[in-house]
Design a protein around this ligand. Sequence first.
Ligand SMILES: Nc1ncnc2c1ncn2[C@@H]1O[C@H](COP(=O)(O)OP(=O)(O)OP(=O)(O)O)[C@@H](O)[C@H]1O
Ligand SMILES: [Mg+2]
Length: 318
Amino acid sequence: MFVEWVIFSNESRDVLIKAVKLTKKYDDFVAVDGIDFEIYSGECVGFLGPNGAGKTTTVRMMYCFLPPTSGDLIIAGLSVHDRCREIKQVVGVAPQEDNLDLDFSVVKNLVVYARYFDISKEEALKRANEQLDFFQLQEKRDMPIEALSTGMKRRLIFARALLHKPKVLLLDEPTTGLDPQARHLVWDAVRQLKKLHVTIILTTHYMDEAEILCDRIIIVDHGKIIEDGPPKELIKKHIGENVLELDYDSTLLPMLKQTFSDARIEVIGERMQVFTSKPYSVFDGFLHEHKIQNVTLRKANLEDVFLKLTGRALRTND
Ligand SMILES: Nc1ncnc2c1ncn2[C@@H]1O[C@H](COP(=O)(O)OP(=O)(O)OP(=O)(O)O)[C@@H](O)[C@H]1O
Ligand SMILES: [Mg+2]
């Protein structure tokens, strides 16, 4: 599907997107609270945050769907305050909401959209067919939109975002509602686009997806950026290497604290979690000594970071 794409230059790490004190208010409610960030050319950056954190509002400002209340947002050297026409030419968008045109068939949704970018009819049809093939929607090409399942609509929205071969791609929850096969298809598309140095902003609630696809993660909460860095570094910084999960036991808890004195320990309902970088031999010894069963020992992941920073569980030792 990515035949004849321009491979965008990735030689200089240019700043392609820059937010300066970016703020969005809905009446008195501050949805995006004076954030600053820079995104480099060719990066794939994941915006993570709980529901209502301000991700979609930020993404919407990036494609000029919403004007900022104050501050600035520069896309490829163009400010959203006065260069929206040009910005729309370089940005591809798969919005969170379904905004497909119900009056048109599947293929016509693509072809008509392509016309906004002055792509000839013939070329638009060619590109639409490439996308329908890749996203496995060719069978549905002449169907009305209401005949598509939720996952098919999401795939079509992604396909539509690629028609004008954008330099910047905004994907707001592209895999919500997709089955595992379709999710892998989307991941494959993102990987191919990364190879072409397309700059990608991705929002998702799937931490595994963000960890696999994104070079860098920006975590937002209450309209503010609370962390920014490569997934592996964030995991190392906030969690450590390993997580031990075992059944809650009030007599075991003090022993855990003693053995894993450097660790953060959380009690979550009926289970305890120990976040530590201690070697496996220490875990083995402890589990053996106390004859502990029903244990999970796993690598720390981005979800651990997310829950720690945005808060979910009861903390016992901090
Ligand atoms: N048009 C609007 N009018 C008033 N408030 C709004 C409007 N759009 C969004 N908000 C509020 O702004 C906040 C941020 O919303 P936003 O959609 O950006 O969150 P999000 O991080 O994308 O959440 P989700 O993960 O649920 O998609 C929320 O509190 C939301 O209720
Ligand atoms: Mg959203």
